[in-house]
Design a protein around this ligand. Structure first.
Ligand code: SF4
Length: 436
């Protein structure tokens, strides 16, 4: 259900099956060029494909020309209420202009912006917002907020098409996660244009990230959404970018940088894993390759579920172990685990992505693991594995039982020609066993 049509914001393709683009918005006063450019470079380094800047004043529109020229990624000018600023943004070379046709001053002003956008081949992001729906949809908004959002979006699309303009993406913003999901699901069925996804005013880094992960993650998992922005109440726009990437990486939609796996810890933990995980996460930011790195709190579980990790550490009170793809590499004092882990990772890259093994050190580590691993311990990982196995057994037993209870010659009993059992007419009606 990815959008059928594709547009380009600068050199970034949006929609039509292109990778989901990550965008964010600067939080500086746009006309403050040093601050704005520094933030743009920071978000670009963090992985933003596109950046949006607010253009509420004349001086912001004037600054755009320099920003567009110096930005390493395409720039979207964010305009509300003032169509003159939209015209100036297009003339300044903005790679895209965001506006809500409902608040720009009427259809003539929208038409004026579209005419100039066509001349400059500037795409637009048009959108509707649950907080500012047109007056004629107020009652519908009260009765059915999802349908009101979708109707406003479809009316916006109709306006664009009536002006013979198709170079746009569209967004429907709501602070409600269920409404964001429901409205975008409906709109994706009704229009072919790329969709920009976001949960508006999502909240703080913690709650906003979770709301966005649930809302956007649900839609992206359905194949809906062509570009995303995570709105967080933080001055550090790069945090929004990091969250966006974690969502895309979790869904395996895009790859960027290492994937860190860490156990949740439990009463078996004997070292300061919080600090170790934070340090590993921080140092991994310097790597671009999508390697998988795992941190386990103890060796009781062996290498456990982190067997597939490219590199990992498992700690204990005084000593820990470094491993790769399920094979021990060496044992090291707990205080040196992080340092030694990164030594191994760097050796791997220096050797052209080949794990460097010292057999003597590996044998020592294997012996340490054998001493510390407790095959009888009920670790969270083993309990989860036992539960999964039990569920599989249950399912299998259920299938066998159903087959045994079905009358001979029935479809359930493997006879492909048999008619489905009619519960009313069947001679075994009322005598079938049911499992609780
Ligand atoms: S048993 Fe599992 S969850 Fe507990 S510390 Fe060890 S690896 Fe972590």
């Amino acid at each position: 259900m990815a959008s059928k049509l594709q547009i380009h914001v600068g050199d970034v393709a949006i929609g039509g099956g292109a990778p989901v683009a990550v965008q964010t918005m600067t939080k500086t006063e746009t006309a403050n060029l040093p601050a704005t450019m520094e933030q743009i470079r920071t978000v670009a380094d963090a992985g933003a494909d596109i950046v949006r800047v607010a253009v509420p004043r004349e001086q912001d529109a004037q600054a755009l020309k320099t920003i567009v020229a110096e930005s390493p990624i395409p720039v979207i000018a964010d305009i509300h209420f003032n169509h003159t600023l939209a015209l100036k943004a297009i003339e300044a070379g903005a790679h895209c202009v965001r506006l809500n046709p409902g608040n720009i001053g009427g259809p003539e002003k929208v038409a004026e912006v579209i005419a100039l956008a066509k001349r400059h081949a500037t795409p637009l992001r048009v959108g509707v917002n649950s907080g500012s729906l047109p007056k004629h949809l107020r009652q519908l908004e009260y009765d059915n907020p999802v349908e009101a959002l979708v109707t406003a979006a479809v009316e916006t699309v109709a306006l664009m098409e009536s002006l013979e303009f198709t170079d746009f993406k569209i967004s429907m913003k709501s602070t409600s996660v269920p409404n964001t999901i429901a409205s975008n699901r409906i709109l994706a069925e009704r229009i072919p244009y790329p969709l920009h996804l976001g949960v508006t005013e999502a909240g703080t880094k913690w709650s906003g990230s979770l709301k966005s992960a649930v809302g956007l993650g649900t839609l992206l998992a359905d194949g809906i959404g062509d570009t995303i922005r995570i709105s967080l109440s933080t001055f550090h726009a790069e945090e929004e970018v990091k969250v966006a990437w974690e969502i895309l990486k979790a869904l395996r939609l895009r790859e960027r940088g290492p994937d860190l796996i860490a156990c949740p810890t439990c009463g078996r933990l004997q070292f300061d894993m919080d600090t170790v995980v934070a340090e590993v996460e921080r140092r991994l930011e310097a790597y671009e390759d999508p390697i998988e790195v795992s941190v386990l709190g103890c060796a009781v579980n062996g290498i456990g579920e982190a067997r597939h990790a490219d590199f990992g550490i498992t700690g204990a009170k005084d000593m820990g172990m470094i491993y790769s793809k399920g094979e021990p590499l060496k044992k090291v004092p707990t205080g040196q685990l992080v340092e030694e882990l990164f030594k191994e990772i760097d050796l791997y890259y220096a050797a052209g992505k080949k794990v460097q093994r010292d057999e003597a050190a590996a044998a020592e580590a294997r012996a340490w693991l054998a001493e510390n691993e407790d095959l009888t311990a009920m670790t969270p990982e083993r309990i989860a594995a036992l539960e999964a196995a039990a569920a599989e057994q249950d399912e299998l037993a259920g299938t066998v039982l159903d087959s045994m209870l079905a009358p001979a010659g029935s479809a359930e009993n493997g006879d492909p020609d048999a008619a489905p059992l009619d519960e009313e007419l069947s001679p075994v009606a009322g005598r079938r066993f049911t499992r609780s």
